[in-house]
Design a protein around this ligand. Sequence first.
Ligand code: ADP
Length: 247
Amino acid sequence: MSEPIIAVEDVTYSYDGRPAVEGVSLSVEEGEFLGLVGPNGSGKTTLLKLMLGLLSPDSGEVRLFGVPVEAFDAGERIGYVSQHSTGKERTMPVTVREVVTMGRYPHTRFGWLRSHDREMVEEALSRVGIAELADRRINELSGGQKQRAFIARTLAGEADLLALDEPTVGVDADSRDRFYALLDELNDQGITIVLIEHDIGVVTDHADRVACINRELYHHGDAEAFMESDALARAYGTNSRMIEHGH
Ligand code: ADP
């Protein structure tokens, strides 16, 4: 098997001396769909940022696309959609096409777009199903449509790893289902996905593997094996029943 897309080895990270992630090791293989679950404040966002090199571990090692994360310099291969991705653009008077075009800039010389770049932008808009919204202002879009636009931006940049931190917070149930169907489609096309999502049902429906953390790693493996194990109850403590049936 080729090297994992992300390899996390015995990683620990503390905020002000309080460990948020401790002794975690896991890998994300090419083409995999990994769901990252755990209670509120259990270190999911911290772990995802460590995986992407947005935070440096206190100890342990992270490798991205086979290179130590400190030396990784192909940021355009990664699309990171955080919970707050939609905030910055809210007041910007830019169109959806312009937002998606921004993702293409790392592949251009001084921002000069060739016809191939424009084609990549149009293709990305179509792939996520928002071609008809291309000329609308981004701030006029619904939460779900905006998330599609941000994904299109990363696809225009030819990202092959998508990292999503609770991307459907504030998105209605129908749009959410369609959004996850889109993620499945992109994953089928070969894009590797790491998803933080509080709804365990969504994760086990869509992800191949699950990493369950509460500071430490409680489970890393098949989604099915995860549901059959007691990792959920151990990681969530007394709240497990409530969360399991939140779907
Ligand atoms: P999750 O994504 O699972 O909700 P986080 O990774 O955001 O968890 O947070 C893990 C722990 O680290 C929490 O106790 C949180 O309060 C703390 N934490 C997160 N970010 C910071 C920060 N910037 N400064 C101090 N503590 C933080």
